[in-house]
Design a protein. Structure first.
Length: 227
């Protein structure tokens, strides 16, 4: 091989290396962004999976639903049993770490159990949504409906919190965490077939019904996070 030939091959090799380097620089960000997004589920015992083994809980079944429907998102269980909207507000900032792309908010059930002021619950939920807005995190807000034992005025005030906040903040919205269960038949029968003995938390079959109803909205949330 002559020196001229060797030099030509060397120059060709250097040029190929530079081209390959440019291709890798362009491709690597795309590979990095291909990682599944992470969706934090901020909630209480309903989110946490109270009374159920891990694979039967809400976040685990929701993850299975997303996987089955080819939604590339990872659900992060940020449910704390017994948490109120105040508790959610106190921890939302550190829940929304830099690797979280979207958030589900399902809080208010324990506010109802304690008979807390609807105005207080509204302020706490608004504070949670303010933090999400500041961090540019899209939200799916899951509503709660008050029982009638606190009176009609309390129920009307509490029930109005979620749809009004969803409209004010432009969040996605699901009417109620347990509403898919109330829609399938008389509550007396649902208590026997889809709820745990405490009558408050769904069993594995109940969670499956809830996930089937909420799943499409979570898929929409994932799409919104990609925009």
């Amino acid at each position: 091989m002559t020196s001229d030939t060797y030099g030509a091959l060397a120059r060709l090799g250097n040029r190929f290396s530079r081209i390959l380097g440019h291709i890798l620089l362009i491709a690597l960000p795309a590979f990095a962004s291909a990682e599944p997004m992470r969706i934090a589920a901020l909630g209480d015992s309903l989110t946490q999976g109270y009374g159920l083994v891990q694979q039967e809980g809400f976040t685990a079944q929701l993850q299975n639903w997303l996987d089955a429907h080819d939604v590339e998102a990872t659900i992060v269980n940020a449910g704390v049993s017994g948490d109120t909207t105040a508790g959610g507000l106190s921890r939302v900032a550190w829940t929304l770490t830099s690797d979280i792309d979207a958030m589900i908010v399902a809080l208010g059930g324990n506010d109802l159990l304690r008979g807390l002021s609807p105005d207080l619950s509204r302020a706490n939920l608004a504070g949670i949504l303010d933090v999400a807005k500041e961090k540019n995190i899209p939200v799916l807000l899951i509503g709660m409906q008050a029982p009638g034992n606190f009176g009609a005025e309390y129920k009307a005030q509490f029930d109005a919190i979620y749809p009004e906040l969803a409209q004010d903040y432009g969040t996605l919205y699901v009417e109620g965490f347990l509403k898919p269960l109330t829609d399938i038949g008389p509550w007396e029968q649902v208590l026997k077939t889809h709820m745990q003995p405490d009558g408050i938390h769904p069993n594995a079959a109940g969670v499956a019904v809830i996930v089937d109803a909420i799943g499409p909205k979570v898929a929409e949330l994932a799409e919104r996070a990609q925009e």
